[in-house]
Design a protein around this ligand. Structure first.
Ligand SMILES: [Zn+2]
Ligand SMILES: [Zn+2]
Length: 181
C-alpha cells in the first residue's frame, strides 16, 4: 500500500509506502515523521483486511474512486474529435463515426482497467494498493460538503484571529506612540 498526503512540515504532497504493521510514515521530501492512529485496519465480512480510517488524520470517512487520469481521458477524446472533424471535413461519414467510436471505446477501456483508490474526505490523502472490499463506499456529496464547510469555517476563524492580532498590535504601537509624545 502507499499513501499520498500533504505534508504540513514542508507544504508539499508526498507519496510513501506503508504496510499493515506500519505505525508511521516519513515524508519523502523533508523526512518529518507522521504517526498513524493506532488501529487503522479492520476486516470485512469475508475476512479481508480493510482500511478503516485515514492513517494521516484518523478520519473514518473515506471514499472509493477510480484512479482515472482526467487529463489523459480528455486528451484521448480531444485527439478523436480532431481526427473525426478532419474526416467530416473530407465528407467521409464512415470514418467520422468510426474514429469517434474507437476513441470513446479506448477511453472506456482505460476507465474499466483503472485501479481504484481510497480518498479521505477530510484531508484528501489518497491510498493505493489495498485489496478491494464491498465495504468501501463511493463518493458522497453530503459528506464532502460537511468537510468542505468545516474547512471554510476553520479558514474564516483563522483569518479573524490574524485580523484581531493585527488590531491588537496596531493598538499597542498607538499606545506607545502616545506614551512617548
Ligand atoms: Zn515534508
Ligand atoms: Zn485524512
Amino acid at each position: 500500500m502507499n499513501v499520498t498526503y500533504f505534508c504540513k512540515a514542508c507544504d508539499k504532497v508526498t507519496r510513501v509506502p506503508f504496510t499493515e504493521d506500519s505505525t508511521a510514515v516519513s515524508c519523502s521530501r523533508c523526512g518529518v515523521e507522521h504517526a498513524f492512529s493506532s488501529n487503522f485496519l479492520s476486516s470485512d465480512e469475508e475476512g479481508n483486511r480493510t482500511l478503516d480510517r485515514c492513517t494521516i488524520c484518523g478520519s473514518h470517512e473515506l471514499y472509493y474512486r477510480k484512479q482515472f487520469n482526467q487529463r489523459l481521458g480528455i486528451s484521448i477524446i480531444a485527439v478523436g474529435a480532431t481526427l473525426s472533424t478532419i474526416a467530416y471535413a473530407n465528407h467521409n461519414l464512415f470514418w467520422t463515426f468510426l474514429i469517434l467510436f474507437v476513441f470513446a471505446g479506448v477511453d472506456l477501456l482505460f476507465y474499466i482497467f483503472m485501479k481504484n483508490l481510497l480518498q479521505c474526505y477530510k484531508c484528501n490523502s489518497e491510498f493505493r494498493g489495498f485489496e478491494d472490499s464491498p465495504e468501501y463506499q463511493p463518493f458522497n456529496l453530503e459528506i464532502h460538503e460537511k468537510y468542505h464547510q468545516q474547512r471554510v469555517r476553520l479558514e474564516r476563524a483563522e483569518k479573524e484571529r490574524q485580523w484581531r492580532e493585527q488590531q491588537a498590535a496596531n493598538q499597542s504601537t498607538d499606545d506607545s506612540d502616545q506614551a512617548g509624545a
